[in-house]
Design a protein around this ligand. Structure first.
Ligand SMILES: Nc1ncnc2c1ncn2[C@@H]1O[C@H](COP(=O)(O)OP(=O)(O)OP(=O)(O)O)[C@@H](O)[C@H]1O
Ligand SMILES: [Mg+2]
Length: 91
């Protein structure tokens, strides 16, 4: 299925709606370079999942966690080349 959005607000609204179809433990993979709208989509997911925190790109931290039930965890995989890279950030 393909969805096309015309603004960040539309992307967020789509993601907020999509969030209700997710189950705990769901993993989403984003493909898209700088400014593709990954963070906008994540902001919508956060709203839809009712998690707390201001959503921003995890470019430097590699991972941002937004607490909730379930929590939302946003990874930046761009500079991750091994499992250890991720484990170092999470545990
Ligand atoms: N349909 C759209 N959906 C989302 N963002 C859009 C759309 N049209 C234009 N934009 C613009 O594109 C940019 C998307 O930024 P966003 O931070 O979400 O991208 P990103 O994929 O997270 O980038 P980065 O890799 O730098 O973190 C914003 O400046 C936004 O205003
Ligand atoms: Mg981003």
């Amino acid at each position: 299925m393909t969805f096309e959005t015309k603004s960040p607000a539309e992307t967020e609204a789509l993601a907020a709606k999509f969030a209700s179809t997710l189950h705990a433990g769901a993993v989403l993979a984003y493909f898209g370079g700088l400014g593709a709208g990954k963070t906008a989509f994540t902001r919508g997911l956060a709203r839809g999942l009712n998690v707390s925190g201001e959503v921003s790109s995890p470019t430097f931290a590699l991972v941002h966690e937004y607490p909730g039930n379930p929590s939302l965890i946003h990874f930046d995989m761009y500079r991750v080349s091994s499992l250890d890279d991720l484990y170092d950030r999470i545990f």
